[in-house]
Design a protein around this ligand. Structure first.
Ligand code: FE2
Ligand code: FE2
Length: 133
């Protein structure tokens, strides 16, 4: 089971597309580590995922504002909610490493849904403008 990048996610904005490939790859690695029972790896990758998202979201939210993307507030709130939830889960995993499997699932599911729903809509909007990047 893995998330795949596909053309429907292509915005033509190089930094954005590269970040999305990176996010998907991290989410797949977290899930694989969780399934293999490598709890320390899950925690390490989850922290990496969280900081990757911090940087990516700043860029993406600025981009959405700059292009006047109508759904930017709901898109942003999917980012904010995930970071808040993940922060709580990471705190929990620090005191109970057994919870890392739940965390791996959370990251994987969020990424799959965020890509399929929010990023796909954003890519459609950018492509419809005809000047992606
Ligand atoms: Fe994104
Ligand atoms: Fe996003």
């Amino acid at each position: 089971m893995s998330i795949d990048w596909d053309e429907s996610l292509n915005t033509g904005v190089e930094e954005m597309d590269a970040d999305h490939r990176g996010l998907i790859s991290l989410a797949n690695s977290v899930q694989a580590a969780g399934q293999a029972g490598n709890q320390e790896d899950v925690l390490r990758l989850a922290l990496e995922f969280s900081s990757y998202c911090d940087d990516h979201f700043v860029m993406e939210e600025e981009f959405m504002r700059d292009i006047g993307y109508p759904q930017r507030m709901s898109h942003k709130s999917d980012h904010d909610q995930m970071l808040a939830d993940l922060d709580k889960i990471i705190g929990h995993v620090h005191s109970n490493i057994e919870a890392s499997t739940v965390m791996a699932d959370f990251i994987y599911r969020w990424t799959a849904n965020h890509m399929q729903v929010f990023e796909r809509q954003l890519a459609e909007f950018v492509c419809a403008r005809g000047d992606g990047g």
